[in-house]
Design a protein around this ligand. Structure first.
Ligand code: UTP
Length: 297
C-alpha cells in the first residue's frame, strides 16, 4: 500500500554565504521575491501538494522563519482598525493549523544530508517531501504536487530534474539514467557534482524531492562526500534498487535564489506574473533594454 504523503522537511540552516551581507543577521529564506519570503513560497507549494506537517531544520539566527508562520496579534488588530481588509486576509491565509509546524536544530551546517537527518524523529516511518526554499519554481501545477502525483504513480522516491549545460555538471547532483519516457526517468545512479568528463548525464536534481524514510539509515552513517559534507545525494544513491527511484522532468521554470543572478531573475519573472505589477515592470524593462542596446558614450 502506498502511504499518503503528509510530511515535508524544509532545511534552512545553511549560512547563505553567497548573499552576505544580506544574510548576516537575516535568514536567506526570509529574502522576499516581490513581496513574499522564499520560505512562504515553499510552504504554500507543499500545502498545494497535500502536505500537512512541516519540519524546519533551523540554525542560529533563524527564529524569524518560525515567527513568520505565527499569529501577529498586534499587527492584525492594527490592520483591522485601519480597515486594511485585503492585507489582513492575506496575512491570515499564511496561518498554519496549530501544531502543523515543528522545528529541529542543526547546530552545525555539516551539509544538506546532515540537515535532513536532523528531522529523523519527525519523519519516523513515513514518506516525505523535501523543499529547498532557495530553489523557486514557477509552474502552473506546483512542482511538489507534480512530484507527489509521480510518487503515487510509482510508489517510490522521485526527484525533480532538469537538463543543465554539460560543462556545469560539477555544480549539481547528476543522474545516471535507464528507461526514459520523456517525463519519468528511471534512476540507475546518482553522483554529486561530477566533473563534466565523468558525468553520467546532464540531468540534474533541483531542490524538490519525495523520499522514502529508509534514507535516514544511510544518512546516519555520516559519510562525508563532495566538499567534505554529508551529502543527501550519496545517501539517496544507496536506495536505488531497494525502492523504485525516478527523476521527474517537471513542468515549470526553476530559479536558483541562492545565487544573485537567479534571485534577480526570479524577481522579474514573478513580478511579470502579477497583474498589479506587470505593466510597470514591462515599462521599466523596456527602458533598461534600450539602455543595454545603446552603446555607452
Ligand atoms: P546551499 O548549498 O545553498 O548552502 O544549501 P547555503 O549555506 O544555504 O548557501 P551558500 O552556498 O553559503 O551561499 C542548500 C539548502 O540546504 C540548506 C540551506 O539552508 C539551503 O536551503 N542547508 C545546507 C542546511 O540546512 N544545512 C547545511 O548544513 C547545508
Amino acid at each position: 500500500m502506498i502511504k499518503k504523503l503528509r510530511k515535508a522537511v524544509l532545511p534552512v540552516a545553511g549560512l547563505g554565504t553567497r548573499f552576505l551581507p544580506a544574510t548576516k543577521a537575516t535568514a536567506k529564506e526570509m529574502l522576499p521575491v516581490v513581496d513574499k519570503p522564499l520560505i512562504q513560497y515553499a510552504v504554500e507549494e507543499a500545502r498545494a501538494a497535500g502536505i500537512e506537517q512541516f519540519c524546519l531544520v533551523t540554525g542560529r539566527g533563524k527564529t524569524a522563519l518560525v515567527e513568520h508562520f505565527d499569529i501577529a496579534y498586534e499587527l492584525e488588530a492594527t490592520l483591522k482598525e485601519r480597515g486594511k481588509h485585503r492585507e489582513l486576509r492575506d496575512l491570515r491565509e499564511n496561518h498554519l493549523p496549530p501544531g502543523a509546524i515543528a522545528t529541529v536544530r542543526q547546530q552545525e551546517p555539516l551539509g544538506l544530508g546532515h540537515a535532513i537527518w536532523c528531522a529523523r524523529a519527525f519523519i519516523g516511518d513515513d514518506p516525505f517531501a523535501i523543499l529547498l526554499p532557495d530553489d523557486l519554481v514557477l509552474a502552473d501545477t506546483p512542482c511538489t504536487k507534480q512530484l507527489a502525483d509521480a510518487y503515487y504513480e510509482t510508489g517510490g522516491c522521485v526527484v525533480a530534474v532538469s537538463e543543465v549545460p554539460h560543462e556545469q555538471t560539477n555544480r549539481y547532483g547528476i543522474l545516471a539514467i535507464g528507461h526514459d519516457d520523456g517525463r519519468l526517468v528511471e534512476v540507475l545512479g546518482l553522483v554529486e557534482k561530477p566533473k563534466p568528463e565523468v558525468a553520467p548525464s546532464n540531468l540534474s536534481i533541483i531542490g524538490r524531492y519525495v523520499l522514502m524514510p529508509q534514507v535516514m539509515e544511510y544518512l546516519s552513517r555520516m559519510e562525508r562526500g563532495a566538499g567534505n559534507e554529508v551529502q543527501l545525494t550519496d545517501a539517496m544513491a544507496k536506495l536505488i534498487g531497494q525502492v523504485p527511484f525516478h527523476g521527474l522532468r517537471y513542468e515549470g521554470r526553476r530559479f536558483d535564489c541562492g545565487d544573485k543572478v537567479g534571485f534577480l531573475e526570479a524577481q522579474i519573472a514573478f513580478a511579470l506574473k502579477r497583474p498589479d505589477l506587470a505593466p510597470a515592470v514591462r515599462a521599466f524593462l523596456k527602458t533598461y533594454m534600450h539602455e543595454c542596446a545603446t552603446p555607452a558614450g
